[in-house]
Design a protein around this ligand. Structure first.
Ligand code: FES
Length: 352
């Protein structure tokens, strides 16, 4: 419908639209600007007792937020990690998670609800319209922003409503503490744990499949054997963390075919032990090519030459697989002669 179709008495009067007044349709602006509806005063604008009631409601919400944040911190400290509670209709859930979620949610909700209630009932609700203007801010505009800011602060009655201001500052100050408390869950720092494994002098090499200590005769030429340190059992606490560092690949290579001098010295009759953890991003290596003595990581195809210090011959891995120095004890079992001399697995920033 064009403006010509609208009865003249329904057309808004021509006024300055930049200040929220109506405009008229013409050739350049074919749609009439209906303008803003007349402003209606809220009860809080005309009744100070109603305004006080709203003020108290807002302050109550900010206060509840503060209490919820304190409850969050208290829950974190007081509730055991393994305690569970029955919550209808969810069922049994972890009590700590439930308390943290409930209190943090309440703290944030009350800040939001308090701010919305404050804006709707006590801040100025005069609607204004403004035309688009160039993006760059001139001195004049900046001065206007400052003036608007001051005006906004005045209209928000933050100076006059001290109870709201103080409780809001309290709520906003306390709620970030929840994040600070949660930082505790990031620790502890790994410290030296990434540099050491369970291997130490005299630890027997145990077959990962049979759980039996290995003798040199158990390692045939061309076979690939996986080993773990003696004493590390699957049901042990922290087994996954320890095996992720200590897992070994053992192969037997004719000593004449070992090209790397140090590798030969650290072997026993051609039996060599290398970390099974890929130095790219830590996948377990599992594919062995017995003719070439190459092992292949299935994740991104890094390939290592076990006859040449396990150096990388293909793929994204950054460095060779660490070798474990081994020997044989008095009872004829294969044993470690110490820990790895470098961290196993992917490079990390301290390694350089
Ligand atoms: S993890 Fe082995 S190649 Fe990527």
């Amino acid at each position: 419908m064009s403006s010509q179709d609208i009865p003249e008495e329904n057309l808004p009067a021509a006024q300055d639209t930049a200040h929220g007044a109506v405009g008229v349709a013409d050739e350049k602006h074919p749609f009439a600007d209906p303008g803003l509806p007349p402003h209606e005063h809220r009860i809080q604008d005309v009744d100070e007792r109603a305004a006080k009631r709203s003020e108290r409601s807002v302050a109550l919400m900010f206060t509840v937020s503060m209490l919820a944040t304190i409850g969050f911190i208290a829950s974190f400290v007081a509730i055991p990690h393994d305690k569970s509670v029955y919550i209808f209709p969810i069922g049994h859930i972890n009590a700590l998670n439930f308390a943290l979620g409930l209190t943090l949610g309440l703290a944030l909700f009350c800040i939001g609800a308090g701010a919305v209630h404050w804006a709707r009932t006590l801040m100025s609700d005069v609607e204004v319209a403004d035309d688009r203007h160039p993006i760059e801010a001139s001195e004049e505009v900046r001065a206007k922003v400052h003036a608007d800011f001051k005006q906004g602060a005045k209209e928000s009655v933050i100076g006059r409503r001290k109870l709201i201001r103080n409780t809001m500052f309290g709520a906003l100050t306390l709620v970030p503490l929840s994040g600070v408390v949660l930082l505790r869950d990031l620790g502890p720092l790994p410290e030296e744990k990434l540099r050491h494994t369970l291997w130490s002098k005299g630890k027997l090499l145990v077959n990962m499949n049979t759980n039996e200590p290995l003798r040199p005769s158990d390692v045939a030429v061309g076979s690939l054997t996986f080993a773990k340190p003696e004493g590390l059992e699957q049901h042990d606490h922290g087994f996954q963390n320890e095996i992720a560092k200590a897992a070994l690949m053992i192969v037997r290579i004719q000593p004449d075919n070992i090209k790397d001098k140090r590798e030969l010295e650290w072997s026993h009759e051609g039996i060599v032990a290398f970390s099974k953890i890929c130095t790219h991003v830590g996948c377990p290596i599992s594919l062995y090519e017995q003719q070439t003595h190459h092992v292949l990581c299935p994740c991104h195809q890094s390939t290592f030459d076990l006859s040449d210090g396990a150096r990388v011959i293909f793929g994204p891995a950054g460095h060779a697989l660490p070798q474990l120095r081994i020997g044989v004890n008095d009872e004829g079992y294969l044993e470690a002669l110490g820990d790895f001399e470098e961290p196993v697995g992917p490079a990390f920033w301290e390694r350089g």
